[in-house]
Design a protein around this ligand. Structure first.
Ligand SMILES: [Zn+2]
Length: 340
């Protein structure tokens, strides 16, 4: 019995939790879905994945069933029905002079080659490339251009390891972001949310360590520990207890705002030669965060506030790594002067 419960629970996890929105409460949309799931067609368009014998439903233990791909097909059929009924309903609404509404928690996006949000996918890819470029140029600067400590061949810069990890987490986060925007199911959504929270939490730790110039290893662990504990708890909560969008949004905005504030104050008081770059990133980051909070429907079915937010982070990422490189150079030259 217990095994059966675990199995049902794990299957339930794979099927996307449907958020109730104005669009999917609409009776016209609902009856369209019902019809589509029976006939496999919306208007003249029919879906090949909807052709399965109806006597084989998802009952009984999974190993007794027809191949799992049949279930995949059923899920795919459902997704195709939802998408096409949504398009139909939106066309109708537009004719009646109504604006777009959300369906299952999301705006009506137009798919391109089966990709749900093509603009966000492309921009996530560009962000990933930008992070890689930034991290690579940082690596080359530290290990090939700046001098290394003669005794242990390590860098003079005390934040090298932290920025390496930051680059890795950022690239990971953008990778899952592009996967999630290609196809949003429960699994890709959780991976995207989790990696974003981890990145935000880690960059908050880095902001504190850099702004307060924490160089002692033990002190760094003391500062980082409570944040690591908090982020771990939050990620476990989202993944295994409840995917609470409202709570996650608050946590992310809070962690983002605190680190922006820390960098802003530090940029205001420090004599750092590249502080103007920090200012631009802080102001740009703050403005970008407004886009994430202010949510508008996609223009022509493609570009929504979230996609624009992904666009603004591209130049900010370039400037950010440029600041990090400047910081590495600045600290290194200071330390070498001290040694001499
Ligand atoms: Zn995104």
């Amino acid at each position: 019995m217990a095994n059966w419960v675990v199995f049902v629970a794990s299957i339930a996890c794979l099927i996307r939790v449907l958020h109730a929105s104005v669009g999917d409460a609409d009776p016209v949309y609902r009856s369209c879905i019902q019809q589509c799931e029976q006939s496999g067609c919306v208007g003249d368009t029919c879906f090949k994945n909807c052709k399965f014998s109806t006597n084989n439903t998802i009952d009984g233990p999974w190993y007794m069933q027809e191949p799992l791909y049949r279930q995949w097909k059923q899920w795919d059929c459902k997704s195709d029905c939802q998408y096409n009924c949504m398009l139909e309903r939106e066309k109708e609404r537009e004719r009646q002079g109504h604006g777009p509404v959300k369906y299952h928690g999301k705006w009506p996006f137009k798919r391109v080659f089966g990709i749900q949000e093509p603009v966000s996918v492309a921009l996530s890819g560009l962000n990933l490339a930008m992070q890689f470029h930034g991290w690579l140029s940082f690596f080359v600067l530290l290990y090939y251009k700046l001098p290394l400590r003669p005794d242990n061949r390590k860098t003079y810069y005390e934040y090298t390891g932290l920025w390496h990890l930051y680059g890795l987490l950022a690239m990971n986060s953008w990778f899952w972001s592009s996967v999630f925007h290609t196809r949003d199911i429960e699994l890709t959504e959780k991976l995207d949310y989790s990696s974003a929270v981890i990145l935000l939490g880690f960059s908050l730790i880095v902001s504190i360590l850099r702004a307060f110039d924490v160089r002692d290893e033990a002190a760094r662990v003391m500062v980082a520990a409570p944040f690591i504990a908090f982020v771990t708890t939050h990620v476990l909560y989202l993944n295994f207890y409840k995917l609470d969008y409202g709570l996650n949004m608050k946590v992310c905005v809070a962690m983002g705002a605190i680190q922006l504030l820390i960098w802003a104050i530090w940029a205001g008081v420090t004599r750092h030669p590249s502080r103007f770059k920090l200012w631009v990133v802080v102001l740009g980051g703050g403005a970008a965060m407004l886009l994430e909070i202010y949510d508008f429907p996609p223009y022509k079915g493609y570009v929504d506030a979230h996609a624009l937010w992904h666009a603004t982070t591209i130049p900010l990422t370039y400037l950010w790594w440029s600041f990090i490189r400047d910081d590495a150079e600045f600290r290194t030259s200071n330390l070498i002067k001290k040694v001499k």
